[in-house]
Design a protein around this ligand. Structure first.
Ligand code: NAD
Length: 416
């Protein structure tokens, strides 16, 4: 079988994580890299690990003739410009087999629509990366329960959560560049996986129709003076001027179009989880059965006592967003696999090579952006947002949340 050549855009955290995943994926190589600052460390890693040539290019335009697929792993604020650049190249006749985009597809619905229109205008196949749907624990849980679900009926309630102590780069904290706070950054994962786990077997990922959403967004930790100062010092973002939410929770209601049954998905996300490291959780309940996943459970724990702490290694080797280097630590020996990165790449590579659709495309990514926008609107209006109402849907098309506009103080309360 032929090998698919990736050209990766963005040389930061997620690109490095994908490289760890790609070591476990067949028929793919990393042929090109482009980032704002030359990604020398990634290129070295690509070559050292035998993942491909890892040639650094000065632009997407320059890279495209040397790759089959462009993987957009750069920050959210650069999405539209990147897609415009690559679609211009395709329009001018440079062949490309497809494009991948990391979550979230865009900061708001207008940007998401623009991205989908651009790739579809040049007939470019598109894959959306939402790793949580590909997690082995999610897939294995639903597979194991399938006969039970078929006999008893699909789940009626899911609860999903993603929490850590805060992002690693300044732009994530800046609501204008990122698109908001934790709701935009991590709420999108939970909206997606909660919806997916409620979906009856053999139905498309968007089979259940979103009916309504209610959300509550707040700034609980990072608006406090000492934490605000730390944020300003470390990442140059001032939450006294442009605050974003560090906690969000809510409920989405879905309707089964065949049976009319209403089911619910509850989500909780935060940037103030001062515990071991990244925690992803999903639990679900159906008639007579249940499932429960928590990524902080691992077969491996290590203990580093105070006497030995001077020898503690880089803590992020143990777990994404690790918060401690001593005591009892959870270690995920193969975190890219646990978090679904391996399987989402495998799915994309196989789909591009076979010329078939991958599990998720940008139209799906756009639907998640729509739900995210509805969550912001609900919190702004302090009301349930009716997703079946035509006027509301029209409004969402051009809606930019106050927090994303940089006016978060109007909805989160003044930060002193
Ligand atoms: N699936 C997940 O769980 C997950 C986890 C982390 C990040 N992400 C997503 O991946 C994307 C990147 O996040 P990250 O954590 O790697 O960010 P990062 O800040 O660690 O890295 C961003 C990289 O992009 C480069 N860059 C900045 N502006 C650019 C531009 N205009 N053109 C090209 N390169 C540019 C930077 O130099 C840096 O190398 C984001 O959209 C984020 O939401 C997803």
């Amino acid at each position: 079988m032929k090998t698919l050549r990736y050209g990766i855009v963005g040389g930061g955290f997620v690109s490095a994580f994908h490289l760890r995943a790609l070591r476990q994926v067949r028929h793919v190589e990393v042929a090109g890299l482009f980032s704002r600052t030359r990604p020398e460390h990634l290129a070295r890693r690509v070559r050292d690990e035998g993942l491909g040539e890892g040639v650094i290019y000065n632009s997407i335009r320059e890279m495209i003739p040397h790759v089959d697929v462009v993987a957009i792993f750069a920050p959210n604020f650069a999405r539209v410009a990147h897609v415009e650049e690559l679609c211009d190249a395709v329009r001018s006749g440079v062949p490309l087999r497809g494009v991948i985009c990391e979550k979230p597809l865009a900061r708001n619905l207008a940007e998401a629509r623009r991205m989908v229109e651009l790739v579809e205008s040049v007939g470019l196949p598109h894959v959306f990366f939402e790793n949580q749907l590909h997690m082995n624990s999610v897939q294995a849980g639903l597979r194991q329960l399938r006969p039970v679900i078929e006999a008893m009926g699909p789940p009626v309630l899911t609860r999903s959560g993603e929490e850590h102590a805060g992002p690693h780069s300044g732009w994530f904290w800046d609501p204008v560049r990122q698109g908001g706070g934790v709701m935009s950054d991590m709420g999108c994962h939970c909206l997606a996986v909660g919806w997916y786990a409620l979906t009856p077997p053999n139905k498309p990922v968007d089979f259940l129709e979103p009916v309504s959403i209610s959300a509550d967004l707040s700034l609980l930790k990072w608006g406090q003076p000492n934490w605000r100062q730390q944020l300003l010092k470390t990442h140059g973002v001032d939450y006294a001027k442009t605050p974003a939410e560090d906690f969000a929770t809510g409920v989405t209601t879905f309707r089964n179009p065949e049976t009319g049954q209403l089911v619910k998905s509850q989500f909780t996300v935060s940037w103030m989880f001062d515990k071991i490291g990244l925690r992803l959780g999903l639990d679900g309940i159906g008639p007579g059965y249940a499932f429960d996943m928590n990524t902080l459970r691992s077969p491996l724990e290590v203990f580093i006592g105070d006497a030995a702490a001077s020898g503690a290694a880089n803590t992020e080797l143990a777990l994404e967003k690790s918060q401690a280097s001593r005591g009892l630590l959870t270690v995920q020996p193969n975190e890219p696999d646990v978090l679904g990165y391996t399987d989402e790449n495998e799915d994309a590579v196989q789909a591009f090579l076979a010329g078939r659709r991958a599990m998720l495309d940008w139209n799906y990514g756009l639907k998640i952006v729509r739900l995210t926008m509805a969550a912001y609107l609900s919190s702004e209006r302090r009301a349930v947002v009716d997703l079946t109402d035509q006027a509301t849907n029209q409004f969402l098309e051009t809606y930019v949340p106050k927090i994303q506009q940089g006016h978060g103080a109007e909805v989160l309360g003044e930060v002193r």
